[in-house]
Design a protein. Structure first.
Length: 248
């Protein structure tokens, strides 16, 4: 039995290794991101020469002053790939991490923008990730823009979204027309079920493949060495997904 989290981690790993995208030599993972972290460890333990900077790793974290150093590295062009999500994400890849309703978003409050706009602008590749795929998350237009998906001509930014991975599917983002297209469907999903759960319009190719299952080798790594690397930082995730706990 393949856990949904394993499928998502393997899917993110394939996007990281996408040969059509700029190389991901140095990847950073922010707070509370166990599935992106699992994807990054999977890539590294498969033998690919990537450097990982995991902000919430309790040991082996390269930063002594946390996010200030992350922002410094990103500003210098030394972070190639980052992951972002949002309380709301719209069809132009705009993110809302503030809250719902008119500014200052006092309807439903989200965690806050923090460095999302800076990272979105200054990182060559951003993979958007949100497990929940529903009309309340994937909206036609976000209530407040914490980080814009595209910028007007003349505004400097190194990159934008590469893709959006959810619990139902994978979307590719096309910044030249500020629009998503459906790239693959997770098992059990159809184009119609994804449309019903998505608040924004998106393009659909003639044929939409199913999201591939993790390979046996990927599953072995996820359940073994990847879990070993993650169990200190994400003990509850490792217990829930892989049934493993830290040694006493």
């Amino acid at each position: 039995m393949i856990a949904p989290e394993e499928r998502l981690a393997a899917t993110l790993a394939r996007l990281i290794l996408d040969p059509a995208a700029p190389p991901a030599r140095h990847i950073a993972v922010g707070a509370a991101s166990p599935i992106p972290a699992a994807a990054c460890w999977l890539v590294k333990l498969m033998g690919h020469p990537v450097r990982l900077s995991l902000l919430h790793r309790r040991s082996g974290n390269p930063f002594t002053e946390g996010t200030r150093e992350l922002f410094d590295l990103t500003g210098q062009g030394r972070i190639d790939l980052f992951f972002l999500g949002g309380g709301q994400i719209d069809g132009q890849a705009n993110l809302n991490l503030v809250g719902t309703g008119e500014w200052p978003g006092m309807g439903v409050r989200f965690p806050g923008s923090f460095g999302s706009a800076f990272m979105y602008f200054m990182t060559p590749r951003t993979i958007l990730f949100r497990e929940e795929h529903s009309p309340r998350v994937l909206v036609e237009k976000v209530d407040n823009i914490s980080a814009p998906g595209v910028s007007p001509p003349g505004v400097f930014r190194r990159g934008t979204a590469q893709a959006l991975v959810t619990g139902r599917c994978v979307f590719r983002f096309h910044p030249e027309r500020a629009r998503f297209s459906l790239a693959s469907l997770h098992p059990g999903e159809t184009v119609e079920s994804v449309r019903e759960a998505t608040g924004f319009a998106f393009d659909v190719p003639e044929t939409v493949p199913q999201t591939p299952d993790p390979t046996e080798a990927e599953l072995a790594l996820l359940r073994g060495r990847v879990c070993d690397e993650m169990i200190e930082t994400y003990p509850e995730f490792c217990r829930r997904v892989w049934g493993r706990s830290r040694a006493a």
